[in-house]
Design a protein around this ligand. Structure first.
Ligand code: GCU
Length: 372
Protein backbone atom coordinates (compact mmCIF):
# COMPACT_ATOMS: atom_id res chain seq x y z
CA UNK A 1 0.00 0.00 0.00
CA UNK A 2 1.28 3.48 -0.78
CA UNK A 3 2.67 5.29 2.26
CA UNK A 4 0.12 7.47 3.92
CA UNK A 5 0.43 11.12 3.16
CA UNK A 6 1.18 13.36 6.10
CA UNK A 7 -1.02 16.06 4.58
CA UNK A 8 -3.71 17.16 7.02
CA UNK A 9 -6.97 16.20 5.44
CA UNK A 10 -9.03 18.95 7.00
CA UNK A 11 -12.29 17.15 6.35
CA UNK A 12 -15.59 19.03 6.37
CA UNK A 13 -16.92 18.68 9.90
CA UNK A 14 -19.53 16.15 10.91
CA UNK A 15 -19.36 17.20 14.55
CA UNK A 16 -22.29 18.05 16.74
CA UNK A 17 -25.01 16.08 14.94
CA UNK A 18 -28.02 15.56 17.20
CA UNK A 19 -31.20 13.60 16.53
CA UNK A 20 -33.06 16.94 16.50
CA UNK A 21 -31.02 18.56 13.73
CA UNK A 22 -30.14 15.39 11.83
CA UNK A 23 -32.72 15.66 9.12
CA UNK A 24 -31.62 19.23 8.25
CA UNK A 25 -27.90 18.37 8.33
CA UNK A 26 -28.39 15.32 6.15
CA UNK A 27 -30.48 17.30 3.67
CA UNK A 28 -27.74 19.91 3.46
CA UNK A 29 -25.08 17.28 2.73
CA UNK A 30 -27.24 15.59 0.10
CA UNK A 31 -27.66 18.97 -1.61
CA UNK A 32 -23.90 19.45 -1.67
CA UNK A 33 -23.34 15.99 -3.12
CA UNK A 34 -25.98 16.76 -5.73
CA UNK A 35 -24.48 20.07 -6.77
CA UNK A 36 -20.79 19.17 -6.65
CA UNK A 37 -20.45 15.41 -7.18
CA UNK A 38 -23.31 13.33 -8.57
CA UNK A 39 -25.76 15.87 -9.96
CA UNK A 40 -29.36 16.49 -9.01
CA UNK A 41 -31.75 13.57 -9.00
CA UNK A 42 -34.59 15.02 -11.06
CA UNK A 43 -38.02 15.31 -9.52
CA UNK A 44 -39.88 13.82 -12.46
CA UNK A 45 -43.27 12.24 -12.89
CA UNK A 46 -42.22 9.37 -15.08
CA UNK A 47 -44.69 6.51 -15.16
CA UNK A 48 -43.34 3.27 -13.72
CA UNK A 49 -45.11 0.01 -14.55
CA UNK A 50 -44.08 -3.51 -13.65
CA UNK A 51 -44.92 -6.90 -15.09
CA UNK A 52 -43.60 -10.42 -14.73
CA UNK A 53 -42.16 -12.12 -17.79
CA UNK A 54 -41.72 -15.85 -18.28
CA UNK A 55 -42.39 -18.53 -15.75
CA UNK A 56 -41.42 -18.58 -12.09
CA UNK A 57 -38.80 -21.30 -11.72
CA UNK A 58 -37.78 -23.33 -8.67
CA UNK A 59 -34.09 -23.01 -7.84
CA UNK A 60 -31.64 -24.51 -5.36
CA UNK A 61 -33.53 -27.78 -5.04
CA UNK A 62 -36.82 -26.03 -4.35
CA UNK A 63 -35.62 -23.69 -1.58
CA UNK A 64 -35.94 -20.68 -3.85
CA UNK A 65 -38.03 -19.22 -6.65
CA UNK A 66 -36.60 -17.23 -9.53
CA UNK A 67 -38.70 -14.66 -11.32
CA UNK A 68 -38.04 -12.11 -14.03
CA UNK A 69 -39.77 -8.77 -13.73
CA UNK A 70 -39.78 -5.99 -16.25
CA UNK A 71 -40.02 -2.39 -15.10
CA UNK A 72 -40.97 0.15 -17.76
CA UNK A 73 -40.18 3.80 -17.05
CA UNK A 74 -41.83 6.25 -19.40
CA UNK A 75 -41.91 10.01 -19.83
CA UNK A 76 -44.96 9.70 -22.09
CA UNK A 77 -42.84 9.88 -25.23
CA UNK A 78 -40.00 7.44 -24.73
CA UNK A 79 -39.49 4.60 -22.29
CA UNK A 80 -36.72 2.61 -20.70
CA UNK A 81 -37.16 -1.07 -19.90
CA UNK A 82 -35.31 -2.54 -16.93
CA UNK A 83 -35.11 -6.32 -16.50
CA UNK A 84 -35.03 -7.50 -12.89
CA UNK A 85 -33.82 -10.97 -11.98
CA UNK A 86 -35.41 -11.75 -8.63
CA UNK A 87 -34.51 -14.79 -6.55
CA UNK A 88 -36.41 -15.27 -3.30
CA UNK A 89 -36.47 -17.98 -0.64
CA UNK A 90 -39.70 -20.00 -0.79
CA UNK A 91 -40.21 -19.32 2.90
CA UNK A 92 -40.84 -15.60 3.01
CA UNK A 93 -41.37 -12.75 3.28
CA UNK A 94 -37.63 -12.18 2.92
CA UNK A 95 -35.04 -9.44 3.14
CA UNK A 96 -33.75 -8.58 -0.32
CA UNK A 97 -30.36 -7.39 -1.52
CA UNK A 98 -30.74 -5.04 -4.48
CA UNK A 99 -27.65 -4.99 -6.69
CA UNK A 100 -26.74 -3.73 -10.11
CA UNK A 101 -24.55 -5.93 -12.28
CA UNK A 102 -21.94 -4.85 -14.86
CA UNK A 103 -22.67 -7.02 -17.91
CA UNK A 104 -26.25 -8.36 -17.85
CA UNK A 105 -28.49 -10.59 -15.76
CA UNK A 106 -27.51 -13.55 -17.93
CA UNK A 107 -23.92 -13.31 -16.65
CA UNK A 108 -24.82 -13.94 -13.00
CA UNK A 109 -26.46 -17.36 -13.49
CA UNK A 110 -26.04 -20.14 -16.07
CA UNK A 111 -29.84 -20.61 -16.29
CA UNK A 112 -30.83 -20.70 -19.94
CA UNK A 113 -34.04 -18.68 -19.74
CA UNK A 114 -32.63 -15.51 -18.16
CA UNK A 115 -33.05 -12.63 -20.61
CA UNK A 116 -30.06 -11.02 -22.34
CA UNK A 117 -29.87 -7.21 -22.26
CA UNK A 118 -31.30 -5.67 -25.40
CA UNK A 119 -29.03 -2.61 -25.50
CA UNK A 120 -25.38 -1.63 -25.40
CA UNK A 121 -23.02 -3.76 -23.27
CA UNK A 122 -19.30 -3.30 -22.53
CA UNK A 123 -16.97 -5.30 -24.77
CA UNK A 124 -14.49 -6.26 -22.05
CA UNK A 125 -14.01 -8.96 -19.44
CA UNK A 126 -16.96 -11.13 -20.53
CA UNK A 127 -17.72 -12.43 -24.02
CA UNK A 128 -19.97 -10.20 -26.11
CA UNK A 129 -20.92 -9.78 -29.71
CA UNK A 130 -19.31 -6.39 -30.15
CA UNK A 131 -21.41 -4.18 -27.92
CA UNK A 132 -24.37 -6.60 -27.96
CA UNK A 133 -24.94 -9.24 -25.28
CA UNK A 134 -23.99 -12.76 -26.23
CA UNK A 135 -25.20 -16.21 -25.17
CA UNK A 136 -21.57 -17.18 -24.57
CA UNK A 137 -21.51 -14.92 -21.51
CA UNK A 138 -24.30 -16.86 -19.80
CA UNK A 139 -23.21 -17.68 -16.24
CA UNK A 140 -19.76 -16.20 -16.90
CA UNK A 141 -19.71 -14.38 -13.54
CA UNK A 142 -21.94 -16.78 -11.58
CA UNK A 143 -19.19 -17.56 -9.08
CA UNK A 144 -19.30 -14.00 -7.83
CA UNK A 145 -23.06 -14.21 -7.26
CA UNK A 146 -23.64 -16.86 -4.55
CA UNK A 147 -27.42 -16.96 -4.99
CA UNK A 148 -27.77 -20.39 -3.34
CA UNK A 149 -25.83 -19.24 -0.28
CA UNK A 150 -28.04 -16.19 -0.01
CA UNK A 151 -31.19 -18.31 -0.27
CA UNK A 152 -29.98 -20.72 2.39
CA UNK A 153 -29.37 -17.82 4.73
CA UNK A 154 -32.86 -16.46 4.11
CA UNK A 155 -31.93 -13.61 1.76
CA UNK A 156 -33.42 -12.75 -1.58
CA UNK A 157 -31.51 -11.00 -4.37
CA UNK A 158 -32.76 -8.64 -7.05
CA UNK A 159 -30.27 -7.74 -9.73
CA UNK A 160 -30.45 -5.45 -12.74
CA UNK A 161 -27.95 -4.78 -15.52
CA UNK A 162 -26.68 -1.23 -14.84
CA UNK A 163 -26.73 -0.52 -18.58
CA UNK A 164 -30.51 -0.98 -18.68
CA UNK A 165 -30.61 2.18 -16.55
CA UNK A 166 -27.66 4.03 -18.07
CA UNK A 167 -25.16 2.39 -20.45
CA UNK A 168 -21.67 2.85 -19.03
CA UNK A 169 -20.15 4.78 -21.89
CA UNK A 170 -20.04 8.52 -22.60
CA UNK A 171 -21.38 7.98 -26.13
CA UNK A 172 -24.22 5.69 -25.08
CA UNK A 173 -25.14 6.91 -21.60
CA UNK A 174 -28.22 8.74 -22.85
CA UNK A 175 -29.73 5.49 -24.14
CA UNK A 176 -31.22 4.98 -20.64
CA UNK A 177 -32.83 7.24 -18.05
CA UNK A 178 -30.62 10.18 -19.02
CA UNK A 179 -32.40 10.20 -22.37
CA UNK A 180 -35.86 10.67 -20.87
CA UNK A 181 -37.38 14.12 -20.57
CA UNK A 182 -36.27 15.85 -17.39
CA UNK A 183 -35.83 19.35 -16.00
CA UNK A 184 -32.73 21.11 -17.30
CA UNK A 185 -30.52 22.79 -14.70
CA UNK A 186 -26.92 23.55 -13.78
CA UNK A 187 -26.30 20.29 -11.96
CA UNK A 188 -27.36 17.49 -14.30
CA UNK A 189 -26.98 13.97 -13.03
CA UNK A 190 -24.69 11.41 -14.59
CA UNK A 191 -24.66 7.63 -14.71
CA UNK A 192 -24.02 7.23 -10.97
CA UNK A 193 -27.09 9.32 -10.20
CA UNK A 194 -29.18 7.34 -12.67
CA UNK A 195 -27.93 4.01 -11.33
CA UNK A 196 -28.78 5.16 -7.79
CA UNK A 197 -32.29 6.18 -8.94
CA UNK A 198 -32.64 2.78 -10.60
CA UNK A 199 -31.77 0.99 -7.36
CA UNK A 200 -34.42 3.00 -5.53
CA UNK A 201 -36.95 2.33 -8.26
CA UNK A 202 -36.38 -1.42 -7.94
CA UNK A 203 -36.65 -1.14 -4.16
CA UNK A 204 -39.98 0.66 -4.40
CA UNK A 205 -41.37 -1.91 -6.81
CA UNK A 206 -40.27 -4.83 -4.63
CA UNK A 207 -41.51 -3.19 -1.43
CA UNK A 208 -45.07 -3.68 -2.72
CA UNK A 209 -44.70 -7.46 -2.81
CA UNK A 210 -46.04 -9.78 -0.11
CA UNK A 211 -43.01 -12.07 -0.38
CA UNK A 212 -40.55 -9.25 0.41
CA UNK A 213 -39.67 -7.60 3.74
CA UNK A 214 -40.01 -3.95 2.74
CA UNK A 215 -38.29 -2.97 5.99
CA UNK A 216 -35.23 -5.14 5.25
CA UNK A 217 -34.07 -4.00 1.83
CA UNK A 218 -30.32 -3.68 1.27
CA UNK A 219 -28.53 -1.69 -1.45
CA UNK A 220 -25.26 -3.42 -2.35
CA UNK A 221 -22.66 -2.92 -5.04
CA UNK A 222 -19.06 -3.46 -6.08
CA UNK A 223 -16.72 -0.77 -7.32
CA UNK A 224 -18.51 1.79 -9.54
CA UNK A 225 -21.74 0.04 -8.64
CA UNK A 226 -20.76 0.34 -4.96
CA UNK A 227 -20.51 4.10 -5.49
CA UNK A 228 -24.05 3.97 -6.89
CA UNK A 229 -25.28 1.85 -3.96
CA UNK A 230 -23.93 4.41 -1.47
CA UNK A 231 -25.53 7.34 -3.30
CA UNK A 232 -28.82 5.41 -3.52
CA UNK A 233 -28.75 4.51 0.16
CA UNK A 234 -27.79 8.02 1.23
CA UNK A 235 -30.80 9.49 -0.56
CA UNK A 236 -33.37 6.73 -0.10
CA UNK A 237 -34.31 6.04 3.50
CA UNK A 238 -36.30 3.02 2.34
CA UNK A 239 -33.04 1.07 2.29
CA UNK A 240 -32.48 -0.44 5.74
CA UNK A 241 -28.82 -1.07 4.97
CA UNK A 242 -26.15 -0.19 2.43
CA UNK A 243 -23.09 -2.23 1.51
CA UNK A 244 -20.23 -0.99 -0.66
CA UNK A 245 -17.37 -3.22 -1.80
CA UNK A 246 -14.12 -1.64 -3.06
CA UNK A 247 -16.09 1.46 -4.07
CA UNK A 248 -13.09 3.80 -3.87
CA UNK A 249 -13.02 7.30 -5.37
CA UNK A 250 -16.50 8.84 -5.51
CA UNK A 251 -17.59 5.99 -3.22
CA UNK A 252 -16.38 5.21 0.29
CA UNK A 253 -12.86 6.64 0.06
CA UNK A 254 -12.00 10.23 0.91
CA UNK A 255 -11.54 12.56 -2.06
CA UNK A 256 -9.06 14.67 -0.09
CA UNK A 257 -6.57 11.84 0.41
CA UNK A 258 -3.88 12.02 -2.25
CA UNK A 259 -3.78 8.25 -2.64
CA UNK A 260 -5.13 6.00 -5.40
CA UNK A 261 -7.65 7.33 -7.90
CA UNK A 262 -8.25 11.08 -7.72
CA UNK A 263 -10.82 13.46 -9.18
CA UNK A 264 -8.66 14.26 -12.25
CA UNK A 265 -8.30 10.59 -13.20
CA UNK A 266 -11.88 9.54 -12.58
CA UNK A 267 -13.47 12.48 -14.35
CA UNK A 268 -11.14 12.05 -17.32
CA UNK A 269 -11.80 8.32 -17.72
CA UNK A 270 -15.47 8.42 -16.72
CA UNK A 271 -16.81 11.93 -17.42
CA UNK A 272 -20.34 10.55 -17.74
CA UNK A 273 -20.52 9.29 -14.13
CA UNK A 274 -20.69 12.66 -12.36
CA UNK A 275 -22.17 16.12 -12.67
CA UNK A 276 -19.76 18.29 -14.70
CA UNK A 277 -18.88 20.45 -11.67
CA UNK A 278 -17.02 17.53 -10.06
CA UNK A 279 -14.25 17.69 -12.68
CA UNK A 280 -13.59 21.27 -11.54
CA UNK A 281 -12.14 19.85 -8.30
CA UNK A 282 -9.35 18.01 -10.09
CA UNK A 283 -6.17 18.80 -8.17
CA UNK A 284 -8.11 20.97 -5.72
CA UNK A 285 -10.03 18.35 -3.79
CA UNK A 286 -9.57 20.43 -0.60
CA UNK A 287 -12.05 22.92 -2.09
CA UNK A 288 -14.87 20.37 -2.29
CA UNK A 289 -17.55 21.45 0.18
CA UNK A 290 -18.23 17.79 1.05
CA UNK A 291 -16.20 14.64 1.34
CA UNK A 292 -17.19 11.01 1.23
CA UNK A 293 -17.39 10.44 5.00
CA UNK A 294 -20.52 12.61 4.80
CA UNK A 295 -21.99 10.26 2.23
CA UNK A 296 -21.46 7.35 4.63
CA UNK A 297 -22.83 9.45 7.47
CA UNK A 298 -25.95 10.33 5.44
CA UNK A 299 -26.96 6.68 5.68
CA UNK A 300 -27.25 6.95 9.48
CA UNK A 301 -28.91 5.66 11.56
CA UNK A 302 -29.46 2.86 9.05
CA UNK A 303 -26.89 0.07 8.80
CA UNK A 304 -23.70 0.62 6.77
CA UNK A 305 -21.05 -1.87 5.71
CA UNK A 306 -17.87 -0.91 3.86
CA UNK A 307 -15.57 -3.60 2.47
CA UNK A 308 -12.00 -2.95 1.30
CA UNK A 309 -9.22 -5.06 -0.17
CA UNK A 310 -5.62 -4.52 0.92
CA UNK A 311 -4.07 -4.63 -2.57
CA UNK A 312 -6.73 -2.46 -4.16
CA UNK A 313 -4.64 0.69 -3.85
CA UNK A 314 -6.61 2.40 -6.62
CA UNK A 315 -9.64 2.42 -4.29
CA UNK A 316 -7.51 3.60 -1.33
CA UNK A 317 -8.60 1.14 1.38
CA UNK A 318 -7.15 3.36 4.11
CA UNK A 319 -9.26 6.25 2.82
CA UNK A 320 -12.29 3.96 2.91
CA UNK A 321 -11.49 3.05 6.51
CA UNK A 322 -10.98 6.67 7.59
CA UNK A 323 -14.24 7.74 5.96
CA UNK A 324 -16.09 4.91 7.69
CA UNK A 325 -14.55 5.78 11.06
CA UNK A 326 -15.50 9.45 10.65
CA UNK A 327 -19.05 8.48 9.66
CA UNK A 328 -19.32 6.17 12.67
CA UNK A 329 -19.34 9.24 14.93
CA UNK A 330 -22.53 10.42 13.27
CA UNK A 331 -24.13 6.98 13.43
CA UNK A 332 -23.28 6.87 17.16
CA UNK A 333 -24.59 10.38 17.78
CA UNK A 334 -27.90 9.08 16.40
CA UNK A 335 -27.88 6.13 18.78
CA UNK A 336 -26.82 3.47 16.29
CA UNK A 337 -23.51 1.70 15.96
CA UNK A 338 -24.54 -0.55 13.08
CA UNK A 339 -21.45 0.24 11.04
CA UNK A 340 -19.12 -2.49 9.78
CA UNK A 341 -15.84 -2.51 7.89
CA UNK A 342 -13.44 -5.18 6.70
CA UNK A 343 -10.08 -5.16 5.00
CA UNK A 344 -9.26 -8.51 3.45
CA UNK A 345 -6.08 -9.52 1.68
CA UNK A 346 -6.08 -9.46 -2.11
CA UNK A 347 -7.24 -7.22 -4.91
CA UNK A 348 -10.25 -5.57 -6.48
CA UNK A 349 -13.19 -8.02 -6.43
CA UNK A 350 -16.35 -9.02 -4.60
CA UNK A 351 -15.41 -12.54 -3.58
CA UNK A 352 -16.51 -15.29 -1.20
CA UNK A 353 -14.74 -13.79 1.80
CA UNK A 354 -16.50 -10.47 1.23
CA UNK A 355 -19.89 -12.15 0.94
CA UNK A 356 -19.29 -14.12 4.11
CA UNK A 357 -18.54 -11.02 6.18
CA UNK A 358 -21.33 -8.98 4.59
CA UNK A 359 -23.97 -11.64 5.20
CA UNK A 360 -22.82 -12.13 8.79
CA UNK A 361 -23.15 -8.38 9.35
CA UNK A 362 -26.61 -8.27 7.77
CA UNK A 363 -27.81 -11.28 9.77
CA UNK A 364 -26.67 -9.70 13.01
CA UNK A 365 -27.60 -6.10 12.39
CA UNK A 366 -30.44 -5.98 9.87
CA UNK A 367 -32.47 -9.15 9.59
CA UNK A 368 -32.26 -10.96 12.90
CA UNK A 369 -32.60 -8.32 15.52
CA UNK A 370 -36.22 -8.01 16.54
CA UNK A 371 -35.29 -6.16 19.74
CA UNK A 372 -33.06 -3.65 17.96
C1 GCU B 1 -12.07 1.82 -12.55
C2 GCU B 1 -12.40 3.15 -11.94
C3 GCU B 1 -12.92 3.00 -10.50
C4 GCU B 1 -14.03 1.99 -10.47
C5 GCU B 1 -13.58 0.70 -11.10
C6 GCU B 1 -14.66 -0.36 -11.23
O1 GCU B 1 -10.95 1.29 -11.94
O2 GCU B 1 -11.26 3.96 -11.98
O3 GCU B 1 -13.38 4.23 -10.01
O4 GCU B 1 -14.47 1.80 -9.15
O5 GCU B 1 -13.14 0.96 -12.42
O6 GCU B 1 -15.83 -0.04 -11.30
O7 GCU B 1 -14.28 -1.53 -11.32
Amino acid sequence: MAPDSDVTLDLPSVDGVTPADWSARREQWLELFSDHVYGRTPAVDWTVTTGEVGAAVEVDGGSGIRRQLQITISDGVASVVVDVLLVLPVAGPSPVLVALNFFGNHTVTPDADVALPAGWVPARMVPSDGHRASETARGFLAEGWPLDTLLRQGFGMATVYAGDIAPDDPDHVTEGLLGLTQPQHDHPWGALGAWAWGLSCVRRVLAERDDVRADQMVAIGHSRLGKAALWAGAQDEGFAAVVSNNSGCGGASLSRRPVGERVAAITTSFPHWFTPAFAGYAGREHALPVDQHQLLASIAPRALYVASAAEDEWADPVGEYLATAAALEVHQALGSARVGYHLRPGGHALGPEDWEHVLTFLRHHVTAAPDR
